[in-house]
Design a protein around this ligand. Sequence first.
Ligand SMILES: *Cc1c(COP(=O)(O)O)cnc(C)c1O
Length: 390
Amino acid sequence: MKPSEKIGLRPLIPLAKPWMDEAEARAAERPIRSGWVTQGPEVECFEREFAAFTGARHACAVSSCTTALHLSLLAAGVGAGDQVITVSHSFIATANSIRYCGAIPVFVDIAPNTFNINPDLIREAITDRTRAILCVHQMGMPCDLKSILAIARSHSLPVIEDAACAVGSEILWNGEWEKIGKPHADIACFSFHPRKVITTGDGGMITTSNPDWDQKFRLWRQHGMSVSDTKRHYSDKVVFEAYTELGYNYRLTDIQAAVGREQLKRLPEIIRRRRFLAGRYLKLLETSVESGLPMEPSWARSNWQSFCVRLPSGVDQQTVMQSMLDEGVATRRGIMCIHREAAYSSFIKEQKLGESEGAQDRTIVLPLYPQMTGSDQDRVVESLRKVCRL
Ligand SMILES: *Cc1c(COP(=O)(O)O)cnc(C)c1O
């Protein structure tokens, strides 16, 4: 049986769909035919091209955004017993990466219309044990980095951007539109999971302006090996490697990187289409759910990795989602709240997280992918209107 038969195609408007074709398939062939399949020349090219795209000085490829976050927190000096300020309203990997360092996530509530951390609440969450701030560009919408950095700098705290969803998003910085990941804070981490904007199956990237941290990432992602296997392979002298500190196997493979390079070429067109479709959703829905629509601040340009709407009061989230599914439209509930999961039950909740909880309970994510047609989108809007009686 072919895997495609197992997954099966339902006559459904999916939530998301990666955009790949012959170009990616041919690219994956390159490393396979060359015989060098794990981290090697394709990874190196992908890193260079990604750095050029984001305007970053250094870009280091890793196996996922989760592993990117882990290494970034280690570089920022986060260790056992430290506290890291972040949001609960995020995918669980954001907080998990903090716990991998033995540190404690301290959750701050979000602003209701951008679904991003509310900078006004950060200061009161800072303690003597705070070691870093891990902010998230949720669903691709840039968070308020200017305000976050002002607070962080006044407390000498490093800031790491969880940009898992934000490849190609932009922020207005000193009068210029710049790509998320330059990075504007200290380190930015990206994901290439299929649910994100471009994909390598799984994969991640870390960008920074700090050459020492970049060297650390390269060392740690490959077992702490002093001389990489690629270097040894190409050397005409015998070289012995050493292992000077604890490392991990967080490599991206050359097969993935080859696919990523093709995805990167497609990225501007992907963003253009996503922004067009999001703009169309905003227009189609403005009369019915005006107060429930996501807001793009004047200094932000989202890649619209997800398009999230707040449901009118009096309608039940699960009922809306089921009725839309019955009409052939896939949706998801709003972003999860990490503090509500059993895996986090021992992390005592002192903070008020009402906006985060409201966003999880009262919003749904609508289908949005670059291949989506206008009539697909009309069907989504019609079914939402019908079930919500808008
Ligand atoms: C998807 C996601 C991650 C994890 O990315 P992986 O590449 O799957 O490890 C982390 N943070 C956020 C905000 C995400 O959406």
